[in-house]
Design a protein around this ligand. Sequence first.
Ligand SMILES: Cc1cc2nc3c(=O)[nH]c(=O)nc-3n(C[C@H](O)[C@H](O)[C@H](O)COP(=O)(O)OP(=O)(O)OC[C@H]3O[C@@H](n4cnc5c(N)ncnc54)[C@H](O)[C@@H]3O)c2cc1C
Length: 303
Amino acid sequence: MLGESLDVPEASEYGFARKSGYPLAGERQAKAALAVFCSERIAEYDRTRNVPALDATSHVSPHLRAGTLGIRRCVWRAMEAREANRERPAGVDTWLSELIWRDFYDAILAHVPRVAVEPFLEKARRVPWRESEDDFRAWCEGRTGYPFVDAGMRQLEATGWMHNRLRMVVASFLTKDLLIDYRRGERYFERALADADLASNNGGWQWAASTGTDAAPYFRVFNPVTQSTTFDPTGAFIRRWVPELRSLDERSIHAPWRAAPLVLQSANVTLGQTYPFPIVEHGEARVRAIAAYKASFGDSVKT
Ligand SMILES: Cc1cc2nc3c(=O)[nH]c(=O)nc-3n(C[C@H](O)[C@H](O)[C@H](O)COP(=O)(O)OP(=O)(O)OC[C@H]3O[C@@H](n4cnc5c(N)ncnc54)[C@H](O)[C@@H]3O)c2cc1C
């Protein structure tokens, strides 16, 4: 294979400045990431893929995007791993099914190119999006007051990559809790993600915004606190990316505004100063979002 004989230097070898934590470029890195994942993590992927505190996914997305890795190589390596894990292939099979999402969104973009600029669902064209620069900026900068959301946005800023669970959570937060047009979030991701890909990014955003092909129904609004307690139960992921909350206990870290004043004090957290109050109340924002979507979608619950 042509790729086998190429030995491409890493980006840093070209002298490019890069963010700390930004994925290393080049075919060598791509092969290494795939090999490590297939030998060490793929077998448990079905159980661990939704836990952002674990380094449980492959991180091959920037390489697939850049072309330093091909989808066929991913499938070959996965099939080898499947042989090695014959007794329990669920991890490998789940990973293969994720690769298929990428092809699915490529096919949507190829056959329905208008999704690049407008909702796939025509009935989603009239959602009355809010204009709020302050809210949008707080979301971009990881200052929404919802620790799980803020942790995801800060991971993106620092590393150029964000865990898939967080991509879903922050996208839901922007489009439902803040009722800001999914296209603004999509553009922001496009600039910040090392794996930014028109088809997958658009597909992910339209899914979260309930405007896409396979979209979540509009009345399903992720609760950012429940997502946090479910997928980051000990708060390890939040502690890594929102260090000002590091000393909070496992219960308070998901919703610091609900913590007793003494708990906040002993963790050196002063809401409104060291960490923001929530910029919206989730329960109220949910009702507002459902009403706004209903105005566009009518009473249809079918997506
Ligand atoms: C709002 C939103 C925006 C997204 N934007 C992008 C983007 O710009 N580029 C991008 O490559 N992925 C995008 N995704 C999909 C997914 O989050 C990433 O592919 C994944 O997190 C990359 O990490 P990984 O390589 O460790 O993934 P793994 O979990 O190891 O998955 C392996 C590969 O499968 C593919 N894949 C996995 N999940 C998805 C998915 N939901 N949709 C499409 N392909 C998937 C990717 O190619 C990924 O590299 C987005 C998802 C959402 C919800």
